[in-house]
Write a protein of this length. Structure first.
Length: 226
């Protein structure tokens, strides 16, 4: 059986740019399976917070970008030239993790055609076959991810948050009740935004995610010996 080696430029160099401390991570909580208003907080009663450690265990990475207010970002730029806002921290993170592409979009009724339909589409549960990277340069919104018990975790991202979701994780996105998020999308190589709606248990990216983050320690040890 032949094997392929991932190009050096596409390898994630996770240890070269340490993540932010726990206290800086976004607020997150468990949410019901069914909701009437996807843009509402939708916390359980009583609220069940989810910690930064629990998010990391799902493969999520996070950095707080303190200097976001020092730079002006366009409403939309596809692609976006980093020379237009020379944030050294952002450039260092991009260099460390190989993020060669960036664009900027704004999800708001005034800036996104067919806003209501697009928001519903974003809220469909899906996976991607690559890491998803979002830097919130304005506004706020929710990323919902499935935890190890297949329960929804709602992560409230706001201006200055840079968060990544691992390849193969079930997730979805929505604006919050302010209905505006201004975000930079980053990618390794040429961007591919294809969603694969659930179920995708046989998809290679889902299998990879399950092996890395969902398998029990016993199963992981067994896999390592074969």
């Amino acid at each position: 059986m032949s094997t392929t080696t991932e190009p050096e430029s596409k390898k994630l160099k996770m240890d070269e740019y340490p993540m932010s401390p726990d206290a800086e991570w976004p607020d997150a909580w468990l949410m019901p399976d069914q909701v009437e208003d996807q843009c509402a907080p939708n916390q359980l009663e009583p609220n069940v917070p989810v910690s930064a450690e629990q998010m990391r265990d799902l493969g999520i990475c996070y950095w707080k970008m303190d200097d976001v207010d020092k730079y002006d970002y366009p409403i939309k730029a596809i692609p976006w030239d980093p020379k237009d806002a020379k944030d050294p921290k952002l450039q260092a993170l991009r260099d460390a993790r190989g993020y060669s592409y960036a664009d900027i979009i704004t999800v708001h009724p005034d800036h996104l055609p067919e806003f209501d339909q697009k928001i519903k589409a974003f809220f469909e549960e899906h996976i991607h076959d690559a890491e998803e990277i979002r830097y919130i340069v304005g506004g706020s919104g929710y990323f919902d991810v499935r935890n190890k018990e297949d329960k929804w975790v709602r992560v409230h991202v706001k201006k200055g948050d840079l968060m990544t979701l691992p390849e193969g994780i079930y997730h979805r996105f929505t604006c919050d009740e302010d209905h505006m998020i201004h975000a930079m999308r980053l990618f390794i190589g040429q961007p591919v935004w294809t969603p694969f709606n659930r179920p995708q248990e046989d998809h290679p990216s889902r299998k990879k995610y399950a092996e890395l983050f969902l398998a029990t320690e016993e199963k992981k040890e067994d896999a390592d010996t074969h």
